[in-house]
Design a protein around this ligand. Structure first.
Ligand SMILES: Cc1ncc(COP(=O)(O)O)c(C=O)c1O
Length: 436
């Protein structure tokens, strides 16, 4: 193998050789899948809304350049290599921060815990830290079980909460059934069906867990009043309400939180738990949080403050970055920008829907979390490929494959949005020509 000695990290080896290594040592079927789509490419340089590949899809071809509307499901809210976050990371390292020691106490965890308490809905004021979203969802389900001394959990059909134990159990059979056969007390109901929810929440249920806008299920928007009624059902039955804002939180919808007066301005619903992840550290260092109301703490930690621990969860360095990210993303001017870009993007997509009304059934979403539903899965997947070939990176909702998921960085500017819409339009026009 011949490497490139000038570079330390990006483009150090030819893409072809790296694909072989990935195939042999990481995940062969994944490489074959991307190659079969003509997308056997590896991400290289990235900046702002742009991402380049190491090379083109054929050896010797120049790199492809994408406007990133995938953002790893809302990780790159501030774009790739945001200079402010980049500087904080460097400063924190230079000042001597590292991941810290999870058994000891931590200045950064204390400061971030306080900041989250100031910003989160109602009296949610305690935080247990993790590394990934799934870990913090597990934490919320564990703590619900400890508090209620019940084991059941009700989630939404098609929802996704992570690949770890309880999170997996609360998710879709497609991700779950190969690994988990017995799920005592775990039930799923259709999203936005309050009668089904009422029937499912019996007195052995520890928690209800819902995404505010289920992303993997197809960017679904609940009717007004749904979350308030779920809150009432939980109150009436002593069940914990967990809201998963791993994708919808931190400004994605044009509101800091989608729940609590965000996308439903008249409903100040306060869940018992809020879980955050993905965009927490602007894609620089992994961190997730499970925040909850103070009455829950005693049931978990009183007898043993070390009963739930995570070596890399709540790293000092991750917390320092999140504190800076929160300053930017909780600013009303920033949130207004997301709202305005979301409005323009959704209008643009509505125009595309009208132009291709025989292919596209619906456009929906809030802020910069948007879904484009096709009449069938074949067209949505062909459209996705055709749009990717025009240079916009996006994908479909895994549990509703007829719907394309669009999550650009929240810092996207109008001229970039116009370019993205043009490219989406061109991609769908080309798909249409192929079908004729
Ligand atoms: C809504 C939601 N919750 C939880 C998770 C799990 O997060 P992670 O992959 O960081 O474990 C995801 C990941 O896609 C998600 O979209």
């Amino acid at each position: 193998m011949k490497g490139n000695p000038k570079k330390k990290f990006i483009g150090t080896f030819p893409q072809k050789e790296l694909l072989k290594l990935y195939m042999k040592h990481v995940n062969g079927p994944k490489v074959r899948f991307f190659k079969s789509l003509g997308l056997g490419v590896i991400p290289g340089e990235r900046e702002g809304v742009k991402m380049r590949t190491l090379e083109g899809s054929k050896p010797g071809e120049p790199p492809l350049e994408f406007l990133n509307c995938r953002t790893s499901g809302g990780v790159y809210n501030l774009g790739h290599q945001n200079p402010i976050i980049f500087q904080i990371f460097k400063d924190a390292l230079e000042e001597g921060l590292d991941i810290g020691d999870h058994i000891l106490l931590s200045e950064q965890r204390a400061l971030l815990g306080k900041k989250l308490a100031d910003l989160l809905p109602g009296d949610i004021s305690k935080t247990t830290f993790g590394v990934g979203g799934g870990e913090s969802i597990d934490c919320a389900i564990k703590f619900s079980r400890a508090y209620t001394k019940r084991k059941g959990c009700v989630s939404a059909i098609g929802g996704y909460h992570g690949h770890t134990g309880f999170a997996l159990a609360a998710g879709d059979p497609g991700f779950r059934d190969k690994f988990l056969w017995e799920l005592p007390g775990f039930k799923q109901v259709p999203f936005d069906d309050i009668d089904a929810m009422r029937r499912a929440v019996t007195n052995d249920i520890a928690c209800v867990i819902l995404e505010t806008i289920p992303a993997t299920a197809g960017i679904l928007i609940a009717s007004e009043g749904y979350f308030a009624e779920v809150r009432e059902i939980c109150d009436d039955t002593g069940t914990m309400m967990i809201i998963d804002e791993v994708q919808t939180g931190l400004g994605r919808t044009g509101h800091l939180w989608a729940i609590y007066g965000g996308i439903y301005p008249n409903e100040k619903v306060v869940p018992d738990f809020m879980v955050l992840g993905k965009g927490m550290t602007a894609g620089i260092y992994p961190l997730s949080t499970c925040s909850y109301k103070p009455f829950i703490e005693k049931a978990v930690y009183k007898d043993d403050p070390f009963i739930h621990i995570s070596t890399t969860g709540g790293s000092d360095i991750g917390c320092a970055i999140t504190l800076e990210m929160l300053k930017i993303q909780s600013d009303q001017k920033f949130l207004n920008h997301v709202k305005e870009m979301g409005r323009l993007f959704q209008n643009g997509l509505e125009g595309i829907k009208n132009e291709f009304s025989d292919l596209i059934k619906d456009v929906r979403g809030r802020g910069l979390m948007l879904g484009v539903e096709f009449y069938n899965e074949t067209d949505s997947q062909l459209a996705m490929l055709s749009i990717i070939k025009e240079g916009v990176l996006l994908d479909y909702c895994n549990n509703k494959k007829d719907t394309l998921k669009i999550l650009p960085p929240l810092i996207v500017q109008k001229h970039e949005l116009d370019e993205i819409l043009d490219r989406i339009n061109r991609g769908i026009s080309k798909l249409k020509k192929l079908r004729i």
